[in-house]
Design a binder for this molecule. Sequence first.
Ligand code: G3H
Ligand code: ZN
Length: 287
Amino acid sequence: MKKLDYYFKKAAKENFAIGQFNVSTLEALKAVVAASGVLNSPVIVGVSEGESRFLGLKQIVSLVKVFREETKFPIFLNLDHGKTFEYIKKAIDAGFDSCHFDGSQLKFEENIIISKQVVKYAKGKGVFIEGEIGFVKGSSTLLEKSPEINYEDLTDPLMAKEFINKTGIDRLAVNVGTFHGVNASGDALRINLQRLEEIRNAVGNFPLVLHGASGVLPEDIKKAINLGIRKINLNTELRLAFTNALKRAFDENPKEIIPYKYLPGAAQAVQKIVEEKINLFGSNNKI
Ligand code: G3H
Ligand code: ZN
């Protein structure tokens, strides 16, 4: 089975991005696996600290492993927004393929120190590390109001270069104007493509990660891939699809109490979105 770095190299060579799809239930995980199989696409299953506590760190590792062994699809597991060395160590010890250390709210120097510590711990174990500079605001839910994104919030291109060189991370999450969550008004979110291009000019072909992809204009996603985005994180759109499908199911059939009868609709709704995004990111037929 090829490892995650094989797919990142392939993504750079063939100009596509790998989707990270966050899950917090077995049904959503099944949906991501099914989409990977339908479209022959590598996928990254993402779990935040909260999602991984809900699922269980060891439990989600085992589930992903079983699906990977059974299907032979390239399905990888990433801890999303790990906030401390201690939690990332737990995830690595549990068997994650990859971890995101989010030190974006720390002082730059402190972020470098902990990112280096994480990289050192992960390296001998074949685990890949995503670092981050430029805090991405919001949270993966329906927001009444979009967070205000100021010029100073965006990732500084020279700091990005220094951060990569000093930490030894495998990929870098950047703030290029997106936020976590979707605005209830439904306005499409735009990427600051100019800043992304400046970052790309500073860091060359180093793999960049886009967070907060829910609600982003598809055209901007395509342009961002052309500018070196190699991993795209999606959560809120999947949570919405799952929850809305369940609400509909209960509205339509309030007497239904059998979970295996009402849950598949929610999984199908998630799978539909994952398939749309895989096609948009261009990772279909890249196995
Ligand atoms: O780390 C997860 C992603 O950045 C999710 O962002 O909820 O806006 O899709 P999203
Ligand atoms: Zn994120």
